[in-house]
Design a protein around this ligand. Sequence first.
Ligand SMILES: *Cc1c(COP(=O)(O)O)cnc(C)c1O
Length: 393
Amino acid sequence: MYQVDENGFYGEFGGAYIPEILYRCVHDLQTTYRQVIESEAFQTEFHSLLRDYVGRPSPLYHAKRLSEKYGAKIYLKREDLNHTGAHKINNALGQILLAKHMGKTRIIAETGAGQHGVATATVCALMNLPCIVYMGKVDVERQLPNVKRMEMLGATVVPVTSGNMTLKDACNEAIRDWCSHPDDTFYILGTASGPHPYPDMVARLQSVISAEIKVQLLEKEGRDYPDYLMACIGGGSNAAGTVYHYLNEDRVKFAFAEAAGKGVDSGESAATIHLGTEGIIHGARTLLMQTEDGQIEEPYSISAGLDYPGVGPLFAHLAQQKRAQVLAITDDEAVRAAFELTRLEGIIPALESSHALGALPYMKFRPEDVVVLTLSGRGDKDMDTYLKFSEQK
Ligand SMILES: *Cc1c(COP(=O)(O)O)cnc(C)c1O
């Protein structure tokens, strides 16, 4: 019911709205990806690298002091412990194996905070493939350590100066590049958005998260499902991985956090599901923040990874069907939650993940509830922001 249909739709959301020139390569991808991903050869190589290179399975950690504070049994799914510091590597690794299988010789990607760019540059170094990463000029300046990391890994980082010079503009530029090199180039998209098959492909590659949660919960709780799954949503890739194997299990409730920035009604937010209306962005029909005449509104969030005016079509559908509860968490709430986790558990979370933690005070748990919250990344890249914020208070 919540899986993609053969045309790439989740209910009324999704599809592939692409320029004519990309038709053939998107069509090739649509007809190839499942067959390759489900093949034994792909699965063997993918899982061997996930284990020995990424460091999977990531731990499912019972956060006792956090649990005590919120009155439920809270587990953290530790994607922050992966190689390169976030869940993005699962997807980058899967897509590069697919690119190799399809005979592509040139890799491009977009990035906001730089986490997806670093993950892509990393797997390109591993596989000896040239890598070009498009990044808004504003993001290049505010995420310089990640730019240096990508360059050290051998990638070319191209600063994008159109629009407000952030993630949306980097996506536009990556798509433009793909249009000029459709034959040899594979576009590694970093989240569960974009034209079909990207949302489903990314969800499948990230679904290792929920596959592991099942095994780990069975071992720790004697049942393979929680009462709640929680995650933050930018485009929705860590959330998709977290819920993938539970989509049709009604006894498992989903709570997602999107970025409210300075407040949902402040005019400075990225709360796409709360504020968005239906439209088409980067090849998919979904909810997006737009003006009455269809111009995309500039999003804002303290977290570069959530600073995007659209959302993956699966999440527009889950929210519309009321399968998921979606909370809008402000910058302040997220930062407060980051300091709380740091002091309670000794874990510094990424700003994006802190939005999921910031949703905990709004939840109405029963003491016996088992909650799994995905900690999508670690906070090293966000130290400047955390320090600046705590000095202001
Ligand atoms: C990119 C990123 C996100 C947001 O992307 P999703 O596709 O929604 O998961 C969340 N957390 C971290 C650490 C990220 O790097």
